[in-house]
Ligand binder design. Structure first.
Ligand code: ADP
Ligand code: ZN
Ligand code: ZN
Length: 701
């Protein structure tokens, strides 16, 4: 390696900075790409990653202005080319600066360590670990078949397996096989939210020994994060168990990536670089030649579509689909019962048959779970007399009720009208937004069941778990523990309680009011609802002996809706087929690809004006150049509309949707848009704009 005086270094720069996060320095040291260095930036000393060595001084600045590298972090192997490629791709694809993505992927404490401190840390780590695994149970036939398919294919794989079919056991055995066949191999095991599933962490550690496993998630202290990162980077940690951030872990010997509950929206980062860790897992797997296993009982429609079998003139998807339809042992899935709320007295919250069923279970000493699904669904207006809902005439979507100016707006085409005084269909003046909260439900339930006693004669105990009750550290764990220990008879909560918990004594799960999601402005709402209800159903009857009498109740005004029909049969493929048919007809993802451009400003007009100006400039520039004129045809750019959360903390927010059947065309368009925004943003009439950002493959529009 020859000495290079000029190097490009990735440093933390503002999100949209024109330099893209790479700055040139002169290095008095011999360095290699991927090495960590300290460099001056403005008045500060910052951490940077050597990105490239250059043969000549940078052309765009006088040599005397180029500053010197201050030092090299010694003892750390350079970040490998695959890691740098992953960062580079993520920055490009999600439209952020490379420096921002690179630096936010490193543990913050690395910035503050002296070389002496770093040396001490590195010395503390054991050098060699060949791993002790505790054997798992004998595999079921379905589990064995899936592992055999994995061994003979290259992936990516989509494991479609029922709740309780033993998917986790498959990951553990796949990891075990990989560890025993490749001497240094590392595995990345990703989960949506670790604090919701502390059981999994224990299970992995029990299997492979606590030393071989490190966790990576945002709930860790800076010191823990640094320790875990160093262990993975040095190859000592053989298994990294983490949330979406773990996709950027430095793992030089990565040989397997597992994405558990791959459909979960929390794999999408919602600030900064808005990456999808699930999608990056597939990219990284290809890059490092590591098989990728995505798994879910209710796969995302994206992954389901990508794993479709070949058919007539369709060559099929790139993913290989693996199936585990049965619960382990003799366990059965709960019986699904629908309560037709049209036949209940008006304004009924909990129907009489459900209340009776709850009472019966509690008196028998069994546990119940009540789910109220509210989060993330903007309310839609509804007429209880004739069933009218605020549908858009031009789109297969519902218009959203904006309370702030009392309008109904379509987030696809922008159609806006004042909220009608009465139902446009039947004249009923009593039209209302749909929606109700968990707190009210808990109180109501307490009143309805005040007279009910447990088998030991003690009064019934109801507990609520949602974002409000779990704000304090440790609150969720202690509340979950009280459910596991049997103190709680009825658990009321949001989707938090439906995820992954291995509750052993719950025999009845009820969705109180799932209908809102059927009429959301967000086209993904039914997909999310179905996943949530299937997950929730999966909490009932996990003890095989109780599974035959376990039930999932759904209160609905639309008992015949295809979604509930599919739920009754536990038939995800049927649901996915009907949903995909609708998406195809409407040219929505996964058939098309989307990106959102968003602007925040003091007024809604200013936010929209920037977006619309960018759109006009973009189309004018691209159409004028024969080399880019095609792009205008390939990508639809819609006019700006207010976001459904239109105002947050006195900031007005607007968005503009870009849509294309071609991911490549959409990416090209975004690159043009990026430079157009820099031009437009600097014009004096757009001074009022606070910021803009791009969300590629947005999860909610
Ligand atoms: P999933 O992840 O599909 O919901 P799990 O892997 O958690 O399912 O398995 C459900 C239950 O079955 C767990 O209690 C697990 O320990 C048990 N289990 C999984 N595989 C086996 C097996 N091959 N033999 C016996 N029990 C198993
Ligand atoms: Zn009506
Ligand atoms: Zn519309």
């Amino acid at each position: 390696m020859s000495t290079h005086h000029w190097i490009d270094v990735a440093v933390q720069t503002p999100a949209h900075s024109q330099v893209g996060g790479l700055l040139s320095y002169r290095s008095p040291f011999v360095v290699q790409p991927g090495q960590l260095v300290r460099v001056p930036l403005g008045k500060r000393d910052v951490l940077g990653v050597v990105w490239a060595l250059r043969d000549t001084a940078p052309a765009d600045m006088p040599e005397s202005a180029v500053r010197d590298v201050l030092g090299v972090l010694e003892g750390l192997a350079p970040l490998d080319p695959a890691w740098r490629q992953l960062v580079q791709f993520s920055a490009q694809y999600y439209q952020r600066s490379l420096g921002e993505v690179a630096l936010s992927a490193l543990p913050p404490q690395l910035r503050d360590l002296s070389n002496e401190q770093l040396a001490r840390r590195l010395k503390k780590q054991n050098t060699e670990r060949t791993v002790q695994t505790t054997p798992g149970p004998a595999l079921s036939d379905e589990q064995s078949a899936v592992l055999a398919q994995m061994a003979s294919g290259s992936g990516p794989f989509l494991l479609f397996g029922s709740t309780g079919s033993g998917k986790t056991e498959v990951y553990l055995q796949a990891v075990e096989r990989m560890l025993t066949t490749a001497p240094q191999a590392q595995a990345l095991l990703m989960v949506p939210e670790i604090n919701l599933t502390p059981q999994l962490e224990e299970r992995v550690q029990a299997r492979f020994g606590a030393d071989a496993v490190v966790s990576m998630h945002s709930g860790m202290t800076p010191a823990q994060r640094l320790k875990g990162w160093l262990a993975a980077h040095a190859g000592h940690a053989r298994i990294v168990l983490g949330t979406r951030m773990a996709i950027f872990a430095s793992m030089p010997h990565l040989k397997l990536i597992v994405v558990d509950e791959e459909h979960d929206p929390s794999y999408k980062q919602q600030e900064g670089a808005r990456y999808s860790a699930r999608d990056l897992a597939v990219y990284r797997g290809r890059l490092q030649n590591a098989p990728v296993l995505l798994a879910s009982a209710t796969p995302s429609l994206e992954s389901w579509h990508l794993s479709r079998p070949a058919h007539d003139d369709d060559p099929g998807g790139r993913y290989q689909r693996l199936l585990m339809p049965s619960r382990i042992g003799t366990g059965l899935l709960p019986k699904v019962r629908r309560v037709d709320m049209n036949k209940q007295p008006r304004r009924t919250v909990l129907s009489a048959p459900l209340v009776a069923a709850l009472q019966e279970r509690v008196e028998r000493g069994e546990q119940c779970m009540l789910l109220l699904n509210r989060r993330g669904y903007a309310p839609v207006l509804h007429c209880a007399d004739c069933g009218w809902k605020s549908e858009c005439q031009h789109c297969s979507a519902f218009r959203v009720f904006h309370k702030i100016d009392r309008t109904l707006r379509c987030h696809h085409c922008g159609l806006t009208e004042r909220v009608p005084r009465a139902c446009p269909e039947c004249g009923n003046a009593d039209i209302a937004p749909i929606g109700r909260g968990t707190e009210q439900l808990e109180e109501h339930l307490g009143e309805l069941l005040a007279h009910v006693k447990r088998p030991d004669g003690a009064p019934i105990r109801i507990a609520r778990i949602d974002a409000d009750t779990t704000r304090l550290k440790g609150a969720l764990e202690s509340q979950l523990a009280s459910v596991h220990s049997g103190e709680v008879d009825i658990l009321v909560g949001t989707q938090m309680i439906a995820k992954g918990h291995d509750f052993r004594r719950i025999t009845l799960v009820a969705a109180v009011n799932p209908d809102t999601a059927l009429f959301s402005s967000d086209f993904r709402a039914p997909e999310r609802l179905f996943a949530l209800l299937m997950q929730a159903a999966g909490r009932a009857g996990r003890e095989a002996a109780q599974s035959a009498s376990s039930e999932m109740w759904v209160q609905t005004f639309h008992p015949q809706h295809a979604l509930f029909e599919a739920l009754k049969k536990h038939d995800y493929p049927a649901f996915a087929a009907s949903e995909l048919a609708e998406r195809t007809a409407a040219d929505l993802p996964p058939i098309s690809h989307q990106a959102l451009l968003r602007a925040d400003a003091r007024t809604q007009e200013a936010a929209q004006a920037l977006l619309n100006a960018a759109r006009e400039t973009l189309e004018a520039q691209l159409s004028a150049d024969p080399a880019t004129a095609d792009l205008v045809m390939q990508v639809s750019v819609y006019p700006a509309v207010p976001m459904s959360m239109q105002r947050v903390a006195d900031v007005e927010r607007a968005q503009m949707l870009l849509e294309s059947p071609s991911r490549m065309a959409l990416q090209k368009m975004l690159w043009h848009l990026h430079s157009v925004l820099h031009q437009v943003r600097s014009q004096p009439e757009h001074k009022g704009v606070i910021r803009w950002l791009v969300d590629v493959d947005p999860q909610a529009i």
